[in-house]
Design a protein around this ligand. Sequence first.
Ligand code: ZN
Length: 265
Amino acid sequence: MKIYISADIEGIAGIVNWDEATRWKPDYPPFSEEMIKEVQAACEGANSAGAKEIWIKDAHGVGRNLNFSGLPTNTKLIRSFSGHPFCMMQELDSTFDAALMIGYHSYAGSDGNPLSHTLETELSYMKINDELASEFLINAYTASYIGVPVVFVSGDAGLCDHVRQINVNVNTIGLNKGIGDSVVSIHPQLAFDSIKEAVKASLKGELNKCIIPLPKWFKVELSYVNHTKAYKASFYPNMKKISATNVLFETDDYFEVLRMLSFVV
Ligand SMILES: [Zn+2]
């Protein structure tokens, strides 16, 4: 089995503040260590389910949070961003059997996490076909686009509810419950053990039940915090400006959605 892991930080156990997610801030090191631990747990779970090869995308910020410490030797680490529109799913292709998401978080416009956002905090929300969109959904559609199921997601509890609403077969572990500007977190050791066991179980299940069907048509609305960004984005080909802060893009090809996002967000 060849496994892909996309790892973010805003949904790891205990994280609550942007200073803890920002590389140059003094509060950051224990949280990057926790991110590595949770990726390590996923790798151990995958290996006990029979993984031969695991590719890990460091998908937070500038993509320089993870290192190989504690990771098994059958891992490859994708650090920084190439500029390819797959972005947080860079290098994913149809040779992978399944994808996992670690440290994922609630979407912009939801109250599941003090750090709720979608792609960048410059967006107050993003909608796909009139529903608020998450990074989980954007990246799960990328995986569906090339036929790879996302079988496991760990992150905040609000995100896990959202994932179950989209596809109940995707296994989730909620580590933090967001309440206003606070979180209630489970113990990191329990997070480690739960991720490891759940990843193992997920990879022994029926993987293809986790594929999320791609819509035939994509209507993507971006709402910017700052109207000046919406003005600039409105010059992307086929983009329509629908209000001072909002733009709309429509296509039947999901890759065009990803290409657009890589230029305007
Ligand atoms: Zn992030």
